[in-house]
Write a protein of this length. Structure first.
Length: 44
C-alpha cells in the first residue's frame, strides 16, 4: 500500500471541498486512489 504525504492528502481534500471542486469519483479516476480512502481523508 503506498504512503501519501499529508500535503498530498490535504491538496486532494481541498480540491474535493472547494465550491467548484472535483468529485471523489473524478479524483479516484485521475489518481487511482480508492474512493473509500478518499472519503476517509475527506471526513477527517
Amino acid at each position: 500500500m503506498p504512503h501519501y504525504s499529508e500535503e498530498f492528502k490535504e491538496k486532494l481534500v481541498r480540491e474535493m471541498m472547494s465550491p467548484a471542486g472535483r468529485s471523489v469519483s473524478e479524483v479516484h479516476r485521475d489518481t487511482g486512489i480508492s474512493e473509500n480512502t478518499l472519503y476517509s481523508w475527506k471526513n477527517r
